[in-house]
Write a new protein. Structure first.
Length: 53
């Protein structure tokens, strides 16, 4: 087994926290402290805050 197979996107990881907005799994472990957003909601939030001077 190569190193990429063990650590690639399909690799089994820790239980992931749910997004606080849409309840989809995030890239953050459940033990992460703070707001957890999925990649889609994280991108949308970045777009909203980038334009609000």
């Amino acid at each position: 087994m190569s190193e990429t197979e063990a650590t690639g996107p399909g690799a089994a990881g820790p239980p992931y926290a749910d997004c606080v907005l849409c309840r989809e799994p995030t890239e953050y472990p459940e033990s992460y402290r703070g707001v957890t957003l999925c990649p889609v909601c994280e991108w949308q939030e970045a777009q909203r805050t980038a334009c609000s001077g």
